[in-house]
Design a protein around this ligand. Structure first.
Ligand code: IPT
Length: 994
């Protein structure tokens, strides 16, 4: 490490340069004291671990959205392989806590295990423990019982803080154990999320959360995630006017700039990449950070976007919109601006199974992320692999500051030119001007680089960016500059291995420095070379296409194998440690033990295998099987036969169903003696209700998730002409109303953007029966599709769910209501859940759920048998069950989905809804007429890939012709050879009936 004094001198040098093309803020302050938190420290320029500057290259994963713990490792291995060095985890308080004081951190909730796996896979971790997280979760992650708390959430109210402390002491204890300062990998810790209210009460709340974390043993830096770059909760003493101080150690913000997907599914490039740092101007939003004493830190930066009920299916578009090129342009601009800590939201989105989703989203939380919901590694992840590879190969990328502006032959492009004060290594980010432009520009850039003044011919074609390094010491070589980008550079045995790449068909030039002329052998491809003895520069010229190989020896440096690929050829390379592999779809690990190199990974088709491995690797296995090798070019070894791809396998047809009616609550003589009576208990909702009404809300009776039933009795009278209901049901929720066993009507909440309608009113005329003498029963089912989030800290999560008010009354302006006595029933046990293994999100209060009809061990032999779903259906809910066997070949990893109807259209003509239970797990909700999701991937572990499975469907319809279950089938969404061993997630097979 250089001394601080030296760094300061270099900084002064950098600032003396007059600004030209890229304007650097004149008031930029780059120096700041190092603040140390055990092994983690930082100054205004970067984070450091053990004193070494690091770019933190991270993405978000939610383990609670993948309820099969063995697959956590699959995701984390894929992240590591695609170049990430860090993973960020939100934790969902409500997922762990069904009732006050009741917490579960086992099984699919085993955070300790998750953090251990991240450590084992070599990823640093950022923990984001709430208490509030948002995350498109019901209640933004708050537990159901918090909806009943009659004090404002996200303030310093003692009742709220008492609840918060219950959660935090428990989750912090687990996190604390896994901090890097205690031998683990957690390097940063977030308290609260996007708290935009900055009142004194909020400040006291923040102080409490900070003190709580400290008291619970958190020793790594603590941050908050600002909703945009507003300067909220900047560590005290920043000296920046207009920011809001907080107790936090670091400032971080989130942002999702740069266009959207249109309704038609086309990506837009609405805005250029923002300069939120060194090259930005103005106020708290300018500067290296809104917080100059802490490094630029984007705790979330768009890695996709969520999709909503009723869309046309936006995830593939989101993957493109925030995919290839976007990542280079936007993430590169961040890096150039000093945002050296970036976490992309999401890295893997997963599944909002059961009742996890907030009203804004449906089951799939694919997010268009780098790793798809099916666990497929998308192309965009392969681009991230290249960017992450560069960051790892050039440690001097961390803590760079603006360098002298360059000269360029066109204004059509812009060049961010940064340098490391420690090594003078350069990073040049070349983008269109503005960066969201396209166009094909060939131009030159002239710059004073560490090895001299050079004019570099470059090309930028379309919306794209180049991440170029110059004056870099990489693997014992000196990279003077290159118009190609560096993917990998490392030492193997005593020689260098370097992989560079460029756009197919584009010219490339690389200059390397030597003390004397080296011997250059072009092993493959067309590479011209010349040596400038005066400077010592070896110049290589080539056109990117396929793979060129050059061996360079002598010249006063260790030998090097230089591989020059086109961009997509680069995607085929993987690196683990000092092993380079080319060919398979994924390399998970490369482990050298006793002369044997064990490689593990996946193949999607039969694939060639070429490896560059240390000499000590005398033999090689791929997924445990010995690979025969022959010598390749330039020291590589090539498998003499291709690695096998996956075998196809069949899926059973679902043609043996058992069917039962599932809404017995509608019958007048249904026994509801065990139900709770509606009373006048305290009302905590933000939803206003008519004066004098009892409290009908489902949450008040301990029912927070899914469906809830009400039964009301009244005495028939000629005045019972109509029923009016006010209800809350979340996104695309609904209500069904029955009188004496007959459907009176169904009301669906309208769906769509931007904010889903989450409450509704419904008026129905009552049939003649209501006016006959004697007792009548109104039965109402409300489907609660999630509680709102509390994004704006206004207690929006306390909006009413279930019935708010209901009146049976005469028409024609006479306003009096006929007295009814109401009862309510919901999930079995209420907050005292009966299936703690599957837990909070799994069940609501359908009769069938209360009877365990969703569970694999339920005996359905007395149910009616049917080959296929019937074309007619009764109003209410009808259950379908079937069993099927799977036989995915051993050693293969597949993703199998349950699909409804015609996958070529986002919506059905028939109107009905299905809760999908696989082996007792509620893995999704299909709403036929809303869409867009028709295919529900089921993770292995929930699905038994080699044996028996049970599928149970709760189909809810108004019984009109055509509003009935369409064909249901299993589909293979992904199939590779490889994968990990995945054990079944153990869970109860049956429940005791209530
Ligand atoms: C922001 C939240 O912090 C995060 O939890 C999640 O909701 C995400 O973005 C969107 O998917 S919310 C903000 C962009 C309004």
């Amino acid at each position: 490490m250089r001394t601080l004094a030296l760094a300061a001198t270099m900084l002064a040098g950098a600032l003396a340069v007059p600004a030209q093309a890229q304007t650097v803020r004149p008031d930029l302050q780059l120096g700041s004291e190092v603040q140390t938190f055990g092994r983690v420290s930082f100054d205004g320029r970067s984070l450091m671990i053990d004193g070494e500057r690091k770019v933190i290259w991270s993405a978000e994963v939610h383990a609670f959205r993948l309820p099969s713990p063995d697959l956590w490792r699959d995701i984390l291995q894929k992240m590591k392989a695609t170049g990430f060095n860090t993973v960020a985890f939100y934790f969902d308080w409500g997922f762990h806590s069904p009732a006050p004081g009741v917490y579960d951190f086992t099984g699919i909730r085993d955070i300790d295990r998750l953090l251990t796996v991240a450590e084992e896979e070599g990823l640093y971790v950022m923990t984001r423990a709430g208490p509030y997280v948002n995350a498109e979760l019901t209640r933004g992650g708050y537990p159901g019982y918090l909806v009943n708390q009659r004090v404002r959430a996200r303030t310093d109210d003692p009742a709220y803080l008492a609840s918060v402390d219950e959660w935090l002491t428990r989750v912090n204890a687990i996190i604390a154990k896994h901090q890097i300062n205690n031998g683990g990998n957690v390097i940063l810790h977030q308290i609260e999320n996007e708290l935009a209210l900055t009142t004194p009460a909020q400040r006291r709340y923040m102080d409490h959360l900070y003190a709580r974390a400290k008291a619970d043993g958190i020793t790594v830096p603590i941050f908050h995630n600002d909703q945009g770059r507003n300067g909220y909760w900047v560590p005290e003493g920043s000296g920046v006017p207009k920011v809001v101080d907080g107790p936090q150690d670091m400032y971080a913000f989130d942002a999702y700039p740069g266009g959207t997907c249109t309704v038609g599914g086309e990506p837009t490039r609405g805005s250029a990449a923002p300069d939120w740092g060194y090259y930005g101007v103005g106020g708290a939003k300018g500067g290296a950070s809104a917080s100059p004493n802490t490094p630029g830190f984007a705790a979330e930066f768009g890695g996709g976007w969520f999709d909503y009920w009723g869309s046309n299916g936006g995830y593939e578009c989101n993957a493109v919109q925030r995919g290839r090129r976007y990542q280079r342009v936007f993430y590169g601009t961040n890096l150039a601006n000093g945002i050296g800590i970036q976490s992309f939201y999401m890295g893997y989105g997963g599944t909002s199974w059961g009742w996890l989703p907030a009203p804004v989203v449906f089951t799939s939380y694919d997010y268009g992320a780098a790793i798809a919901e099916t666990r497929e590694v998308r192309d965009k992840a392969l681009e991230l692999k290249q960017l992450g590879g560069l960051i790892a190969a050039v440690p001097a990328m961390a803590g760079m500051i603006p360098a002298a502006p360059v000269e360029k032959s066109t204004d059509q492009v812009q060049v961010y030119h940064n340098r490391s004060p420690e090594t003078d290594t350069r990073f040049m980010l070349v983008t269109q001007n503005p960066s969201n432009n396209s166009g094909d520009h060939s131009f030159t850039v002239t710059a004073d680089l560490p090895d001299g003044r050079y004019t570099m011919p470059l090309r930028l074609h379309g919306f794209d960016a180049k991440w170029l390094v110059a004056g870099a010491d990489v693997a014992g070589q000196r990279l003077v500059w290159s118009s190609s980008e560096l993917q990998y550079g490392f030492i193997q045995d005593d020689a260098a291995l370097m992989l560079m790449y460029g756009r197919k068909g584009e010219e490339g030039r690389t200059l390397l420095r030597y003390t004397s002329a080296p011997t250059v052998t072009v092993l493959d491809g067309d590479v011209r070379h010349s040596f400038d003895a005066a400077k010592g520069d070896l110049q290589l010229d080539y056109t990117h296409g396929g793979l060129a190989r050059v061996r360079i020896e002598g010249g006063g440096r260790p030998a090097m194998t230089l591989l020059i690929a086109d961009e997509e050829e680069g995607w085929r390379f993987w690196k683990d440690g000092d092993v380079l592999v080319r060919g398979p779809q994924l390399l998970r690990s490369a482990e050298l033990k006793g002369g044997r190199l064990a490689l593990t990974g996946d193949t999607a088709t039969a694939s060639p295998l070429e490896i560059w491995a240390p000499r000590a690797a005398r033999s090689v296995t791929w997924n445990g099987t010995r690979v025969r090798l022959a010598a390749g070019q330039g020291g590589s070894r090539v498998a003499t036969a291709e690695l096998a791809g996956p075998r196809d396998f069949g899926l059973p047809a679902l043609d043996d169903w058992r069917v039962a009616a599932g809404s017995p609550e509608i019958a007048p003589d249904f026994d509801d003696s065990g139900w709770q009576a509606i009373d006048r208990r305290a009302y905590a909702s933000t939803t206003a209700r008519p004066d004098g009404e009892p409290n009908m809300l489902m949450d008040a009776y301990g029912f927070h998730e899914g469906d809830v039933w009400y039964r009301g009795r009244f005495t028939g009278t000629p005045d019972a002409e109509r029923i009016r209901l006010y209800y809350g049901a979340g996104g695309s929720g609904m209500v069904q109303v029955f009188l004496d066993g007959q459907l009176v009507g169904q009301d669906d909440l309208p769906w769509g953007l931007p904010r889903p309608i989450t409450t509704g009113t419904a008026n129905f005329d009552l049939p003649d029966a209501a006016r006959q003498p004697g007792e009548h029963v109104i039965a109402v089912m409300v489907r609660n599709n999630g509680h709102n989030w509390d994004l704006d800290a206004d207690d929006f999560h306390k909006e009413a769910r279930g019935l708010v008010s209901v009146s049976v009354e005469p028409k024609g302006g006479r306003s009096f209501a006929i007295p009814l006595s109401w009862k309510i029933q919901g999930r079995q046990g209420g907050e005292d859940i009966v299936d703690p293994v599957r837990g909070v999100p799994n069940n609501g209060g359908l009769y069938g759920e209360r009877q365990g009809w969703h569970l694999p061990g339920f005996d359905d032999r007395r149910w009616q048998r049917q080959a296929a779903p019937a074309t007619d259906i009764e109003p209410g809910t009808t259950w379908y069950r079937t069993n099927f066997d799977l036989a995915v070949p051993e050693g293969q990893d597949a993703t199998i989905g349950v699909q409804f109807g015609d996958p070529s259209v986002p919506r059905s003509e028939g109107e009905y809804r299905v809760l999908v239970f696989v082996n007792g797990w509620h893995m999704g909700q299909f709403i036929a007429h809303v869409g867009p999701q028709r295919t529900f991937p089921i993770p292995e572990g929930i699905l038994n890939h080699r044996g028996g499975n049970t599928l149970a469907l709760a189909v809810t319809s108004d019984g009109e012709p055509g509003n009935t279950l369409e064909p249901v089938r299993l589909v293979t969404m992904r199939n590779v050879r490889g994968g990990l061993k995945v054990d079944a997630v153990e869970a109860p097979e049956t429940l005791a009936a209530d």
